[in-house]
Design a protein around this ligand. Structure first.
Ligand SMILES: [Zn+2]
Length: 270
């Protein structure tokens, strides 16, 4: 297999976005010229309608758990029992933090979701093996975690997701069923790609914001906001262009598990 970084490919922006941008520019120009010269309210109406279309589309792209383009699975869709909470760890595997998180989960017999990138899976295949061996759910988090993934065309997005599947499946010999998009960003192209790859989109219900918070804050977010059946988002991997560590995530985990257990929101894995 030949894994070239996706960024070397020609940047293909999806046709829908091109149309959307042209439409927005046109409607803005019409508003300015039309209104200035004719004072006609029709132009204002046209412009407002354009804004509504753009706003709906942006909601579909950026709100992580809506079903506008594609059904987003929630905790209750994949949890062994509807009321149990699932912990999800994104951006790994990481050679430092992922094994420590796996140790804590093993000690407490908790099953979690690991949304891994193809690049990191290629670097640390032994951690992928361990995640599967310890019966956690492995999900695709794209090959290279691009920021502008919601702008990708069908072909480019297909390649990004398929590459990650190839890396994981070469190690696990199991088909990857779930895709967790970077930043939770979706698109119309994504709906088509997942249908072609026969994969489901997995959202989160509660984001701990652990990439920018300390241990106490992370624990408090859980205590304040957790609901039965939630998928809770954490990060075990470090984003390549940031330099944060994941100490707060690892250190908050024991206390969170104790809290969830006392509330009967987690179940010991068999
Ligand atoms: Zn991510």
């Amino acid at each position: 297999m030949n894994f070239q970084p996706a960024c070397r490919e020609k940047n293909q922006v999806s046709l829908f976005y091109k149309i959307l941008v042209v439409y927005s520019i046109l409607s803005l120009s019409l508003l300015i010229t039309g209104y200035v010269y004719t004072n006609n309210l029709l132009y204002i109406t046209f412009f407002i309608l354009s804004l509504v279309v753009v706003a709906i589309y942006f909601y579909g792209v950026f709100e992580p758990s809506n079903n506008l383009f594609i059904k987003s699975l929630k905790g209750k869709d994949i949890s062994p029992q509807e009321h149990f909470v699932l912990l999800r760890f994104d951006d790994g595997p990481d050679p430092n933090y992922t094994p420590r998180i796996l140790d804590i989960l093993k000690e407490n017999k908790i099953q979690a979701i690991f949304a891994v990138t193809g690049e990191n899976s290629l670097k640390y295949p032994h951690i992928i093996e361990r995640i599967v061996k310890e019966k956690h759910i492995l999900a695709n988090h794209s090959y290279s975690h691009p920021y502008l993934i919601s702008l990708y065309s069908f072909n480019k997005l297909h390649r990004e997701i398929q590459r990650c599947n190839e890396v994981i499946e070469a190690k696990t010999r199991q088909k990857v069923k779930y895709y967790c998009p970077p930043m939770g960003h979706k698109s119309l192209a994504l709906a088509k790609v997942l249908k072609k790859l026969n994969m489901s989109l997995l959202a989160w219900d509660l984001n701990t914001g652990d990439t920018r918070r300390g241990k106490e804050q992370i624990v408090n977010i859980i205590k304040d906001s957790i609901k039965a059946g939630d998928i809770v988002l954490f990060h075990d991997g470090i984003f390549k262009w940031t330099r944060q560590d994941r100490e707060a995530t690892v250190k908050s985990l024991e206390e969170i598990i104790i809290y969830l257990r006392n509330k009967n929101l987690v179940k010991e894995a068999e």
